[in-house]
Design a protein around this ligand. Structure first.
Ligand SMILES: [Zn+2]
Ligand SMILES: [Zn+2]
Length: 329
C-alpha cells in the first residue's frame, strides 16, 4: 500500500465505510451459489458435486436444484457433505409465473428451509394463474433466503420483468454455464438499469454447474465472514460483504472525496463504474494498487469496481452507495 497521494481528502470515517468489511476481522470464503445435481437435471449426485467443489478449493456451495414437480420439488439435503472445511447451504432454483416473453421465471434462493411450500410448477412450462416470480421471491426472502435474479440475458428478461422482483438481494451478473454454453451469461445491463432507478441490488457470479459441459469452477463469490458456517455466510451475503470473481482478488476499496483506491491481485485494468456513462479506468501491466479519479463520477449515486487480469479474468465489487459513505454527490 503506497503512501496516500495528497488528493486523498475527505476520507469517510472507517466505521461508516460500506467497504470496511475488506479489512475487518474474519476470512474470505470462496463459494458457488448456483449448482445442480441428479436431484434435478445435473449429471453428478449431490455428494460428488460437493466433493468436487471442495477438492477444487471451495469453502462452501449451495446446491440449487430446480424446484419443479418434475423433480419432486427438491431442496437437496447436503448435510452429509458438511465438514470442518466445507459448508453447504440448502437452496433451490425457483420457477413459477411468466416473464413478458412467455417463459417461466428462474430465481436462485440460497438458505431455504426444507419446508418451503412449492408453487404450482409441475415442469418448466408456466402454469396459467400460478404464483408470480415476484411473489415467490418475496416468500423466499421472508423465509430467510438470499435471493438473486438468475441469468437475465439467457432468460430474455425485460427491464420491466426485472423491476418486479422487489425482494431480490442481487442480480446474477456472471453465469459461467451460460457463458460457456450459449454466450448469454452476463447480467450487468439489467443490474445497472435497476441501480440507476435507485434499487439497491448487489451482484453474484456463479457457475450454474450441471457438470455436463465445462460449466463449473468459472464464477464464484468471496464472502467475508467470521466463520465458515451457514449462518455467518448467509448473514454476510445479505449484508453485501462479499465480492465476485472469475480469477482476480479484490483486497480493499477505499473511497475518498476525489479518488477511489483499489488494492487487488495483479491487474492489467482497474475500472470504477458509476451511473450512466460515468467511469474511470487505469491500465497497467500487473498493478496491485490503483488510484482512480472521481472527476467523471462526480454526480453518480453509486460506484462499483472491476478488476481485470492479464488473462482477461475479472473480479467485481458490489455497488457502493455514496449516501452510505456520507458524501452524497
Ligand atoms: Zn436457470
Ligand atoms: Zn440453474
Amino acid at each position: 500500500m503506497p503512501t496516500p497521494l495528497p488528493q486523498h481528502t475527505g476520507i469517510t470515517k472507517a466505521s461508516t465505510m460500506p467497504t470496511r468489511f475488506f479489512t475487518t476481522n474474519g476470512k474470505f470464503y470462496r463459494g458457488n451459489l448456483h449448482t445442480h445435481s441428479t436431484r434435478s437435471d445435473g449429471v453428478l449426485d449431490p455428494k460428488e458435486v460437493c466433493r468436487r467443489y471442495q477438492a477444487e478449493g471451495y469453502d462452501f456451495i449451495s446446491l440449487t436444484d430446480h424446484f419443479v414437480g418434475l423433480f419432486d420439488y427438491p431442496i437437496t439435503d447436503t448435510l452429509d457433505c458438511n465438514n470442518t472445511q466445507f459448508t453447504t447451504i440448502p437452496g433451490a432454483e425457483l420457477h413459477t409465473g411468466t416473464m413478458e416473453n412467455g417463459h417461466i421465471w428462474h430465481l436462485v434462493a440460497v438458505g431455504l428451509p426444507t419446508s418451503f411450500p412449492a408453487p404450482d410448477a409441475p415442469h418448466f412450462r408456466p402454469v396459467k394463474g400460478s404464483e408470480t416470480g415476484a411473489d415467490i421471491a418475496r416468500r423466499a426472502r421472508d423465509a430467510g433466503a438470499f435471493v438473486s435474479i438468475a441469468h437475465p440475458h439467457w432468460s430474455g428478461m425485460t427491464e420491466s420483468d426485472a423491476r418486479t422482483i422487489t425482494a431480490a438481494h442481487a442480480v446474477e451478473i456472471y453465469n459461467h454455464g451460460c457463458v460457456v454454453d450459449n454466450d448469454r451469461g452476463e447480467g450487468f445491463v439489467t443490474l445497472e438499469h435497476l441501480l440507476n432507478e435507485g434499487r439497491r441490488l448487489n451482484l453474484t457470479a456463479t457457475d450454474d454447474a450441471h457438470f455436463n459441459t465445462p460449466d463449473h469452477f468459472g464464477g464464484w463469490v468471496m464472502v467475508k465472514a467470521q466463520q465458515n458456517t451457514t449462518q455467518a455466510l448467509l448473514g454476510a451475503l445479505k449484508a453485501g460483504e462479499y465480492y465476485c470473481s472469475t480469477g482476480p482478488q479484490i483486497n480493499d476499496i477505499q473511497i475518498f472525496r476525489d479518488t477511489v483506491v483499489v488494492d487487488c491481485s495483479a491487474a492489467a485494468t482497474i475500472i470504477v463504474q458509476g451511473q450512466g456513462t460515468s467511469m474511470a479506468t487505469l491500465h497497467g501491466e500487473s498493478m496491485t494498487t490503483g488510484t482512480l479519479s472521481r472527476d467523471r463520477l462526480a454526480t453518480s449515486q453509486w460506484l462499483r469496481v472491476t478488476v481485470v487480469d492479464r488473462a482477461g479474468k475479472r473480479a467485481w465489487s458490489n455497488p457502493v452507495w455514496l449516501a452510505d459513505t456520507g458524501d452524497t454527490p
